[in-house]
Write a protein that binds this ligand. Sequence first.
Ligand code: AMP
Ligand code: MG
Length: 525
Amino acid sequence: MKIRFSWLLPVFLYSSSFLFAQKDAIQLENPSFEDVPEAGARHKAFVLEGWIDCGFPGESAPDIHGGKTNFFNVVHKPYDGNTFLGMIVRQNGTWESVTQKLTKPLLADSNYSFSIFLCNSQTYISHSPKGGVTNYNKPVILRIFGGSELCQKDELLAVSPIISHLDWRKYDFNFSPKKSHKYIILEAFYSSESIASYAGNLLLDNASNIALKSGKGVNDNSLNTYIEANKLEQDRFEFSDTLMGTSFRIVLYADSDSIAQMAAQKAFARIQALDSLLSDYREDSEVSLLANIAGKDKVVSVSDDLYTVLSYALEVSKKSDGAFDATAGALTKLWRRAFRQKEMPPQAEISAALETVGHRFLKLYDDHSVRLLKNGTHLDLGGIAKGYAVDEAMKILKDEGITSALVDGGGDIATSNPPPGEMGWLIDKYVYNKGKIQVEPLVISNQAIATSGDTYRYLEWEGVRYSHIIDPRTGMGVTSRKIVTVTAPTCMEADAWATAMSVEVDPKAFLALEKKGISVSFSLY
Ligand code: AMP
Ligand code: MG
């Protein structure tokens, strides 16, 4: 008797918890994504029984695969039923997700299990945001959210590993929501592996119901790791200020408004302070005052900031064979006047100014003192100082504990970690296309970018367009029409090289730059 009882008890307990779980399970509508196969279009509402598209405005909806027509060369057979769902992530920083209202809400602090079959398709060939064709075949992840409103991602409930296998495999998720949720959202999202892998896809089929489990629940470890890595709970803050003659913008993620405000204020104050050292537009700036020692056989000690910028300016001058030259101040002053008066500078004045230009006239010593050998030399750090200021602002943000930020000084941009849960910062890259300026999306993080060109500041004279970027070897404004974009570890490097490459640089220089993580792209008019 005793023996039989102890044998029965576990069976009884097992079946009662099983019944309990079934009774409380949330039944999804159309869990196997059954419908008429259809390539999700941009112009009409997404039609999949039970599910609603949560994608980005203007982008197409997810696709229902499994029919005779292989949309986008997806050749998988369904795991279950006749059709399955395909979702993509795009190079322009948009991605796909679907939602449904639950028949009863997910409850806070309860323990749920859920499973779904997932895989990747080797081919998912479709239009690219640039207008060409892309294979959206990179592996991505599934993120599962709970929400209180349609398409509102209130809480991340579970995250899959990177789905790179081509065969259907079952994934089991356990989660216990912190809040209750009326909606569930399934989302294809970038694997955080690399920003190069962002045209990707995820195939989904045969979801289970969402079963309530007994006992105190803990989330999957993978979710905790993911949240830790992405700090999803931080808010976005944006600030701007006019500094260094341009509009500076700071976007950052922080735990509170006061932390964000304080950090941004300190960063702006740093930029302001740098402007008073580095601006050649101010007669009393530290750099302008150096004109007083030009040709006088005098050395002066300069601030660490000015020394750092001058040192890198000199390095770029040497490596670019003088295409970049911080001693070109007399020339740039002349050309600035020409832009104002809309008149070509007289050749005699150009020649006289040229006499004072040359990086060999700038001497820097280890004790942070400076000598200018030639009488009349003026320094102009306009091609590098903004980049340095952007880097310094980012350093201040880091000191204030801000690890996810973007600092934009009128197109000279530095980024730290991506926004929480994202794979990078979406940047507008300017390019010429068929005679017009267009933007191309670019995703970066922990990297800087700068752009130089003749888009806004130039002189038209007798049918020729002269840029505000001057060739220090000829004294003439650059006339080859191009936009130069440089990405680099620091914004000072990006800024200086974007200006240098706008002039004329020996292709040999590019190789050396690549080794330092500096890459240059040209867009010719
Ligand atoms: P950016 O907008 O960074 O390309 O910098 C352009 C500014 O750099 C100009 O407005 C000038 O103040 C300065 N500049 C122009 N030509 C040169 C040059 N060849 N080397 C260094 N600085 C220059
Ligand atoms: Mg520059």
